[in-house]
Design a protein around this ligand. Structure first.
Ligand SMILES: [Zn+2]
Length: 145
C-alpha cells in the first residue's frame, strides 16, 4: 500500500474517532498506524506486543479500547474463530471476503466465492429480506495428498 493511501486512511479514522467525542492521543496514533500497516487477523495481545515496543506508555487496556473503537466506527471487524481469542481485522477499503480455519494449525485462509455470495443473496430475498452483511467461517482439515 502506498504511503499516501495509509495517510488518507489515518486521516479518515482520526476524523471518525473525534466525531465519537474520543480524544486522539499519541498512543492511539501508534496503534492505528500499526493496524493500517498490518493487514491480517490479530488478537489484542498480538497488537500489544507490537506497539508496546514502539511506545512503552501504551497499555493493554488502551489497545483493547482503541481496537473496539475501530470496530464501532466500522473500519475493523472483530471475529472469534472457533474457541480461540477474538481477532481484529482492518477492513477499510477492503473487499468482502470469507474465512476458512485450518483446525489443526489454526491458519486462517481468506477466500471469495461468487456462487456463495449469490446464494446468500437469494436466501435472504426468499425470506423477504434485503441482505446487509453476513459472516461465514468454514472449519476444515487439510486433505493429505
Ligand atoms: Zn480476513
Amino acid at each position: 500500500m502506498s504511503e499516501d493511501r495509509a495517510a488518507e486512511q489515518l486521516q479518515y479514522i482520526k476524523t471518525e474517532v473525534k466525531r465519537c467525542q474520543v480524544r486522539w492521543t499519541a498512543q492511539r496514533q501508534v496503534i492505528v498506524e500499526h493496524f493500517i500497516a498490518n493487514k491480517g487477523h490479530y488478537t489484542v495481545e498480538d497488537f500489544f506486543g507490537a506497539v508496546s515496543v514502539q511506545d512503552s506508555s501504551i497499555s493493554m487496556a488502551t489497545v483493547y479500547r482503541t481496537l473496539n473503537l475501530l470496530v464501532d466506527i466500522g473500519v475493523a471487524v472483530k471475529r472469534v474463530f472457533g474457541d480461540g481469542p477474538a481477532t481484529f481485522e482492518f477492513i477499510l477499503n477492503r473487499d468482502h471476503h470469507d474465512h476458512l480455519i485450518d483446525v489443526d494449525s489454526g491458519e486462517i485462509v481468506e477466500f471469495v466465492d461468487e456462487d456463495i455470495e449469490r446464494l446468500q443473496q437469494l436466501v435472504a430475498e426468499e425470506l423477504g429480506y434485503d441482505l446487509h452483511d453476513h459472516r461465514m467461517i468454514l472449519y476444515g482439515r487439510k486433505i493429505k495428498k
